[in-house]
Each structure stands twice: as structure tokens, then as C-alpha cells.
Design a protein around this ligand. Structure first.
Ligand SMILES: [Zn+2]
Length: 403
């Protein structure tokens, strides 16, 4: 039979096909040794994409896997994140394992939450806290001299990889990393928000980095599991108090909650998850103290908001006897959460912790709508309409738009 001379057309570039093939191979592998085979090849291909500066192929491969191979999709995300935050680096003839880390700070304030350059005295104090509480002795590390708001974190895989590379090199050289403040956009103002300290750790290949990787002081390892967990808890506690103290002067007029520093992506996801109940507590505190309403005088309205799929819940607060929305917060889905996750129960539990007993649950399919003027999300009122939150201006009884 005569073969067609039409050129063979594929929908996806070769690089995308190769990435998806390797991720699918890794997901289907049945042994550690086969895992390693796939992982090594996948790492090389992902690194090529990151170096040549193309998020497009990585994103196309993610989309393709999302539609065809859920397990492969999970492996691929994990591999991309690993390739971005960890690596090996040769510095002055020594080979180092390097890791970009983040230390998230949950915070809220009736005034403003700081972001931007970190003064040198505070940076030095932070270095001491990292060294004393989190890192093993003699571990080299770098800190960026900048307090990042979420919208100042690098956007996309390649830019994150670029920043990781700078932090890794600084860590191996035992330096901090200076960030030019002019490269960052001004950050939005919110009642409650997250800030990030970023840095990197460099250790001789194969050596541990964090204190919780060490056996306890006596060198004995008894009851291994509880020993690592309790060690991590203790470290987290001393980190919260001691580093919180070091940040106090930077965060004047703000409440703070520090999360344990960890690999960049893992810390970021943890912060996204914990920022939701944190901001709910902050909002209820704020409403009570500013409007002088006890929690028994407040009602919460909870409703799901969809784009194509469920994206987030929006929670409104109204006076008990009225339908005006005073204030609203967004509870976004994080990581693998979807419409099957028990998000409503989490929201209800958090509201109950805040002593809000009057909760209205709506099951309307609201579209993700925003105010055309200021871009603020619109929130559900108890009658099932979506409206602009209107907070009473100080000293006035009239309710106004906060534009
Ligand atoms: Zn508006």
C-alpha cells in the first residue's frame, strides 16, 4: 500500500511528549530502582526546560497529564518542584546539596502590614535565629534581604528557578542575597496576609540540613517516630517565639504567627492552608473590636464560587438582624482540594472556634465575580445575592463602599 506523504502532525511538541512519557513511566513503576531510572531522566528534561526559559512546555505537559494520567500528574508536579527548589552545586571544588527554603509569617493588622527591604540589623538577628533554632551547626545558608508579600514572589517556574539559583550560589559562598527593591510592585493592602522570608541552604553532599534530622543530644535514637515529631514541634515552638521577637520591630501594630521554615513549595502550600483559618480569626477579632459587636451579634454566610470547577468559598459577615455584608473573606481551595473535600466542615469548625454560632450555608453555584470598580470579590448575603461588602466608616452610621 502506498504510504501517505502527508507530514506526521502531532498536537504537542516533542519535549512535551517526552516529559509526559517519563512522568507516566515514573507513576507506573513498580520498584525503587525503576523509579530512580525515570526520575533521573525526568530531572534532566525538566532542568533543560527551566534553563531554556520555557514554562509553556512544562504547563502543556501538566495539562496533558491532568487529563490523561492523574498519578503521572502528581509525580510530575513533585518533580518540577524538586528541580526548582533543590539541586547540587560545585563551589570551590566542593559539591554541595542546595535547597531553597521559605519561612512564612501569617499576620494581620488594622494598620498596614510591612513588606520590602529588611534592615541589616534585623537581617543579622534573623540569621542568628535560623542558625540557633532551625539549622544544624556549620550549615551554610543565605537569606534574601527582602520581606516578600505573596504577589512579590517570583511568578512561574523559570523565574522561581532563577531566584533559587541566586540563593543557592549565595548560600554556597556563605553570603546573603541583596534584592533590588525597585524590581517589586507595590503590594495590595489586606487586613490579614502572609509574608515570606526566603533563603537557601548549602551542605556538603549527603549531609543533613535541619535540626530535626539530627539524633537527639545524647546520640541515642529511641522511639524514632515520636522523637522526630517532638523535635520538630519543639523547634517550631522556639522558632515562633524567638524569631517572632526578632521580627517584632518590623511588624509594628501587627499580630504574627510564624510557620516553620521548610522547602519553598511545601512551606508555601502550608502557609496557604493555614492562612485561611488565621484570617478568619483575624476578621472576627477586627469586627468585634472595631464595630463593638459581640460575636453573638454576627452572622456568617458561606457559599461556594465556581469558575469551570469549584474554586473557592466566600464567607460574609453581617449583623445578626440585617442583610448588609460588613466584611467578607475568601477561603480558596489549596493543593489537591476539590469539590469532594470537606471544606464546608473546616469553615464551620473555624467559625465555631471564633464563637460565631449563626452560620448560613448557601449551595447556590455563584460565579467568581468581582467589583468592576475596585476588583474586590463580591460576597453572598443571607438572601443569596452577591453584593459588595460595605464597612461602616469610622464615626459614621452610614454604610459606604470602601473604594
Ligand atoms: Zn468595589
Amino acid at each position: 500500500m502506498k504510504k501517505s506523504h502527508l507530514p506526521h502532525r502531532t498536537k504537542f511538541p516533542r519535549a512535551v511528549q517526552e516529559l509526559t512519557r517519563l512522568a507516566a513511566g515514573l507513576a507506573a513503576s513498580g520498584s525503587h530502582i525503576e523509579d530512580t531510572f525515570w526520575e533521573n531522566q525526568l530531572e534532566v528534561k525538566i532542568n533543560t526546560q527551566l534553563r531554556t526559559g520555557n514554562d509553556q512546555n512544562l504547563e502543556a505537559a501538566l495539562e496533558l497529564l491532568y487529563d490523561t494520567d492523574q498519578a503521572g500528574y502528581g509525580e510530575f508536579i513533585y518533580a518540577i518542584e524538586a528541580a526548582i527548589e533543590c539541586g547540587t552545586l560545585i563551589h570551590e571544588d566542593r559539591t554541595y546539596d542546595v535547597l531553597m527554603f521559605a519561612a512564612p509569617v501569617l499576620t494581620w493588622s488594622r494598620f498596614s502590614i510591612p513588606s520590602g527591604p529588611i534592615p541589616i540589623a534585623i537581617l543579622n538577628n534573623l540569621r542568628e535565629q535560623f542558625q540557633t533554632h532551625v539549622l544544624l551547626k556549620n550549615v551554610q545558608f543565605s537569606l534574601a534581604d527582602y520581606l516578600f508579600s505573596p504577589d512579590q514572589l517570583p511568578r512561574g517556574y523559570r523565574l522561581t528557578y532563577e531566584l533559587a539559583g541566586k540563593l543557592w550560589a549565595a548560600a554556597a559562598g556563605g553570603q546573603d542575597l541583596h534584592m533590588n527593591p525597585r524590581q517589586f510592585a507595590e503590594t495590595g493592602r489586606f487586613l490579614s496576609d502572609t509574608r515570606y522570608l526566603l533563603g537557601a541552604i548549602a551542605v556538603p553532599q549527603g549531609e543533613p540540613m535541619f535540626r530535626w534530622q539530627e539524633t537527639n543530644g545524647t546520640g541515642r535514637v529511641n522511639n524514632g517516630i515520636s522523637s522526630v515529631k517532638s523535635s520538630k514541634q519543639e523547634i517550631s515552638l522556639s522558632w515562633k517565639t524567638q524569631c517572632g521577637e526578632a521580627l517584632r520591630s518590623l511588624f509594628q501594630g501587627c499580630a504574627l504567627e510564624l510557620l516553620l521554615p521548610d522547602g519553598f513549595f511545601s512551606a508555601w502550600r502550608m502557609a496557604d492552608r493555614l492562612a485561611r483559618p488565621y484570617s478568619m480569626h483575624a476578621t472576627v477579632d477586627f469586627l468585634q473590636s472595631t464595630l463593638n459587636i459581640p460575636t453573638s451579634g454576627l452572622r456568617a454566610v458561606v457559599a461556594p464560587f465556581h469558575d469551570q470547577l469549584l474554586e473557592e468559598y466566600r464567607v460574609s459577615f453581617t449583623p445578626l438582624d440585617r442583610n448588609d455584608v460588613l466584611y467578607g473573606i475568601v477561603w480558596a481551595l489549596v493543593g489537591e482540594e476539590d469539590e469532594n473535600s470537606d471544606t464546608v466542615t473546616q469553615i464551620e469548625t473555624t467559625l465555631q472556634e471564633c464563637n460565631i454560632a449563626n452560620i448560613t450555608l448557601l449551595d447556590n453555584h455563584f460565579p467568581l465575580e468581582y467589583c468592576e470598580e475596585c476588583g474586590a470579590p463580591l460576597f453572598p448575603n443571607p438572601e443569596g445575592e452577591i453584593v459588595h461588602a460595605e464597612f461602616p466608616e469610622e464615626g459614621e452610621k452610614i454604610l459606604v463602599h470602601l473604594h
